[in-house]
Design a protein around this ligand. Structure first.
Ligand code: NAI
Length: 385
């Protein structure tokens, strides 16, 4: 089977997320890296693309040149990943969807709810896939949690507790550090800093696992470092549309926490606990029984978990392999779209534009509720009310 053709915008040399995408897309041999506009400095981007093996005519200096160059080719890329800074996502994603490319966009998908709605409508109108990289839902045991909830192992889910709290912006001296300062500046970051950067991962994972969307929320947002305009810590109470109660804590001043993404799900018949820094174990306690540790790769896991794992039990699988699961799901979806086939529902797990839009609505709801001393507000985008 011929490989699908893949291109990337952003993710240049030294970027944080570029390498994980290249590892993820390349891992299963489903995609070939054919084109890129990797850096905001055209010469650096062209040079790095060539060093990564792109042909000189497809290592572009600017994403607009890449769009022009690729749309005229018979062998144009099938999928474009957008891994540039947040404020550019909407414009680039829109332009590539309009020209018939499938897109995987980094989070947050857009800067406003209205832009998010535009992308959802455009993806529907063009029939092109717009996925959003909530890549941590690619972990095998996160998918197993989702399967356990769906098949009723927990009974009705009463409570979900999600955290994404790290300590990497805890130094007040960072006020002068340009790499940190912009994140808390509304002119550059929008209405939210920490919730928009990390909180949306935790919220998306909670929604993905319990199969429900946030309906209402109340937020306490604070700038623990007082010179910051936007929040560096938030505690959010939620109500999901299936009746589950949600608690979400996100922080960038939690010294000693590293990545700090965790999920706990409590139902009538049992509780689950998973932490991204130890992703190969899932803690499961059925009501009235002993605590069990479910290992990634063990026998009799769900089909969703089995299709998302590659290395045998006892050897750690980590974040680039979780991203690889998003890419392999997307490869299946793109092949189905090319052949005019319906998707295999078991493979239909990747996060999409609707998820990106719901996140944006939650970001604005958190900012609004935070300003109004935690008043409960609607967390849904107008399109889905
Ligand atoms: P970064 O600042 O480390 O790298 C950004 C890269 O994009 C650089 O190589 C830069 O030269 C390039 N770039 C900037 N403007 C460009 C343009 N107009 N055209 C082409 N290239 C351009 O940023 P980082 O941390 O890699 O974040 C990028 C995106 O990925 C952000 O939206 C961020 O929220 C998201 N992200 C997602 C994560 C996830 O787990 N899904 C984790 C980390 C970041």
């Amino acid at each position: 089977m011929a490989k699908l053709k893949w291109g990337m915008i952003g993710g240049g040399e030294g970027s944080q997320i570029g390498p994980a995408h290249r590892l993820g897309a390349g891992l299963d041999g489903l995609f070939e890296f054919n084109a890129g506009a990797l850096d905001h400095r055209p010469d650096d981007g062209r040079d790095y693309g060539r060093r990564l093996g792109l042909s000189p005519d497809r290592s572009y200096g600017d994403w607009r040149d890449m769009l022009e160059g690729e749309k005229g080719r018979d062998d144009r890329v099938d999928l474009v990943t957008v891994a540039t800074p947040n404020a550019t996502h909407f414009e680039i994603t829109k332009a590539f969807l309009e020209n018939g490319f499938h897109v995987l966009c980094e989070k947050p998908m857009t800067m406003t709810v209205e832009e998010g709605e535009d992308i959802v409508r455009l993806s529907e109108k063009t029939g092109r896939i717009c996925a959003v990289n909530y890549g941590y839902t690619g972990y095998s045991l996160v998918r197993h949690m989702k399967a356990m909830v769906a098949r009723g192992d927990l009974g009705r889910v009463r409570l979900v507790v999600a955290e994404f709290a790290h300590g990497h912006h805890a130094d007040a001296a960072d006020m002068d550090n340009p790499r940190v300062r912009w994140r808390y500046d509304p002119a550059q970051a929008g209405v939210s800093a920490q919730f928009a950067d990390c909180g949306i991962h935790a919220l998306h994972m909670a929604s993905f696992v319990i199969g429900q969307n946030a309906e209402r929320l109340s937020a306490d947002t604070v700038s623990c470092i007082e010179s910051r305009t936007l929040e560096d810590d938030a505690m959010v109470n939620l109500r999901f549309d299936g009746g589950t109660v949600g608690r979400l804590w996100t922080s960038s001043i939690a010294i000693g926490r590293q990545h700090g993404l965790t999920l706990q799900v409590f139902g009538e018949k049992g509780g689950l606990r998973w932490a991204q820094e130890e992703p190969n174990q899932l803690y499961w306690m059925p009501l009235g029984e002993r605590l069990q540790i479910i290992e990634r790769g063990e026998a009799n896991l769900s089909p969703e978990a089995d299709r998302s794992t590659r290395v045998t039990i006892g050897h750690a699988e980590g974040m680039p392999l979780a991203f690889a699961n998003i890419y392999s799901d997307l490869a299946e979806a793109i092949r189905a779209a090319k052949d005019g086939r319906d998707m295999d529902p078991a493979a239909d797990l990747y996060p999409r534009a609707e998820d990106g839009l719901r996140s944006m609505a939650a970001v604005f709801a958190v900012a609004e509720s935070g300003k109004r001393n935690g008043e409960w507000v609607d967390a849904r985008p107008p399109l889905f009310r």
